[in-house]
Write a protein that binds this ligand. Structure first.
Ligand code: BG6
Length: 603
């Protein structure tokens, strides 16, 4: 997905626009650009590279004006080239557009326009928008009517902003499926893909819904329903996030900051009202069947939840990856779908929820971003309160989601009687130890983990083994290593190893075993069994465990004794740090790994 922003001000907006698009860079960063309108002329500067690189190379700071739009791109249609970078303009230079989403009928529209003599310069789907606007403006001689005609032709997903020389004091924007928010300031108004675009300037926001467009000046805004052309009044939302939280705060990378924020993240989750969890638990009981869904890391959080509900509440709530949901799930009016999403904007998860609702299902979501599409789509929302997660790869947010699912399982167990009140209280008391446990690991084990990571970061192939809920931990930890260190890490259930993958064990392959505490005897001994299988074939073993005795492993991270319920969280933190330190040793772009984006809002 991409980041779009726009500003309409009373004074020069150039510096605000650059700061704004910089704060959206985690949404995509293979190219960027901006368009500023001054003296009835639109100047566009854009190029491949990160925002900082393009600002310097194209001297974006030299362009001044009272109205501007900007864009940072994660390529979907068309390669990473300066021509494909946004903004895109109409042939007469009267319209400039930045777009996030996919215009699914762009080939047909492009064909029609080329038939009419329009010449395209890029390979993107987005470029059809300015040419379509130009076509309809010539006929309508009115920008807003031209926009309405254009929206009536577009299919797929879009959040776009536009400037036009025909109305040099107005910004226009429109939304369908891709996120778009207005920031309402004093003598300046903003457009953004999310509120990181303008939170440094205003906390008053208006969230646009599908089939809405807006017209902004520096001191006014109108929202219109694109299907009826009727004006819409919307409440201003106050954004609770503190801009400071979205800064690096002295850490070398957001990822490290967010890993180290996890003790506080846990405290926020522990403060979630039990009533919210009870309501979701009862929805689970009332449902004929229920699913946890998520994408990427949040799928592994969903898998973690599946194990917790089975273990603590004896409820089977299968986890399905959002992108596979509609192909693999049975959905009807008796179904409950619980989505897990940091951004609340992931296309695959939104699509799965829409599919579920079309089939009469009830829906719920565990989400981090206030006012996101998912929070407005589902029947029940649990806000995880983790604060801004800027690093593209998810750490604190994932741990928070896993902890919420654990608390949900405890409440469900209590309500169903699979846990006594005493057992429930004991488990909740143990969860209250988690902030200190994580803090201790961060303080005492980071050095060990860094040493192991630096020692092995040259090894390209890794197996991550876990049993039971540690399987979910192994899968998420392996994803971290892939995402941020670009090393080929494959997670799997420990028992799976002997059915084929064992053939991979040999020189140049490291195996990490996530070993449960001895108190979980069966899981513990089975994990040692997997370890022995690898050792017998000369594989290199790294153990993450709680055992006191000398280990089977060539390398290990030995964790302090702790209640069993805390073990998976502790080992997840180790998996996060292992990936982080390997990535820094390999000099990767930790916060913005190649080819990734924080939330993929396209199919
Ligand atoms: C990916 C992100 O693009 O989307 C992951 O890189 C994230 O970190 C996944 O887990 C799902 O995003 P979200 O916002 O739905 O949790």
């Amino acid at each position: 997905m991409c980041g779009i922003s726009g500003v309409a001000g009373l004074t020069d907006v150039s510096h605000i626009l650059l700061a704004s698009i910089k704060s959206l860079e985690y949404r995509g960063y293979d190219s960027c650009g901006m368009a500023i309108l001054a003296q009835r002329r639109i100047e566009i500067r854009k190029d491949v590279g990160t925002v900082d690189e393009v600002i310097q190379r194209q001297r974006l700071y030299e362009v001044h004006g009272l109205l501007g739009i900007a864009h940072t791109r994660w390529a979907t249609h068309g390669g990473v080239t300066s021509v494909n970078a946004h903004p895109h303009r109409s042939s007469d230079g009267a319209f400039a557009v930045v777009h996030n989403g996919i215009i699914s009928n762009y080939r047909q529209l492009r064909g029609e326009l080329e038939e009419l003599g329009y010449v395209f310069s890029s390979e993107t789907d987005s470029e059809v928008i300015p040419h379509l606007l130009h076509f309809y403006y010539r006929r309508e001689q009115d920008v807003e009517r031209a926009l309405q005609c254009c929206l009536a032709r577009l299919e797929g997903s879009y959040a776009f902003a536009l400037l036009t020389t025909h109305e040099p004091e107005r910004l226009y924007c429109a939304k369908l499926q891709s996120p778009l928010i207005l920031g309402i300031g004093s003598n300046q108004n903003f457009i953004g893909s999310d509120f990181n675009a303008f939170i440094a300037y205003t906390r008053s926001a208006v969230v646009l819904d599908d089939h809405e467009y807006a017209v902004l000046t520096n001191d006014s805004y109108r929202i219109i329903n694109a299907l009826t052309s009727l004006p819409i009044r919307k409440n201003l939302m106050h954004i609770a996030w503190d801009p400071e939280q979205a800064q690096k705060g002295g850490y070398p990378h957001y990822m490290l900051k967010e890993v180290f924020e996890q003790p506080q993240t846990v405290s926020k989750v522990l403060a979630i009202e039990r009533g919210e969890l009870e309501k979701l638990a009862r929805s689970l009981f009332d449902a004929g069947r229920a699913y946890f869904i998520g994408a990427g890391t949040t799928y592994y959080a969903a898998l973690f939840g599946q194990y917790q509900l089975a273990e603590l509440a004896q409820l089977f709530v299968p986890a399905i990856s959002s992108d596979e949901f509609k192909f693999g799930a049975l959905v009807d009016a008796e179904t409950l779908v619980v989505a897990i999403s940091q951004s609340g904007e992931t296309y695959d998860t939104l699509e799965a929820l829409r599919f579920a609702r079309e089939h009469g299902a009830h829906t719920a979501a565990i989400v981090n971003v206030q006012g996101s599409s998912m929070t407005r789509l589902v029947d029940q929302v649990i806000m995880q309160g983790s604060g801004p997660e800027i690093c593209v790869v998810s750490t604190k947010s994932a741990l928070a989601q896993m902890l919420i699912l654990t608390r949900l399982a405890l409440v469900a167990g209590l309500l169903r009687g699979t846990l006594s009140a005493v057992q429930y209280d004991e488990r909740e008391a143990e969860l209250r130890l988690l902030p200190a446990v994580i803090q201790r690991i961060l303080n005492e084990k980071s050095g060990f983990i860094n040493t192991i990571a630096r020692r092995h970061c040259h090894v390209n192939d890794w197996l991550y083994l876990g049993r039971g809920i540690y399987y979910a931990v192994a899968m998420e930890s392996a994803l971290k290593m892939k995402e941020v260190a670009y090393l080929h890490a494959e997670g799997m259930p420990g028992g799976f190893l002997k059915h084929g993958t064992l053939a991979l064990i040999g020189e140049g392959v490291n195996t990490i075993v996530f070993t449960p505490p001895r108190a979980q005897r069966e899981l513990h001994d089975l994990s040692l069994g997997s370890t022995e299988e690898v050792k017998a074939r000369g594989g290199y073993l790294i153990g993450i465990h709680f055992d006191a005795e000398p280990s089977l492993y060539q390398d290990q991270v030995q964790l302090p004794e702790m209640p069993a319920i805390l073990g998976p969280f502790a080992q997840l933190v180790v998996g996060q740090l292992l990936a982080y330190f390997a990535a820094t040793a390999l000099k990767r772009n930790v916060d913005k790994p190649r080819s990734l984006a924080k939330s993929v809002t396209v199919a």
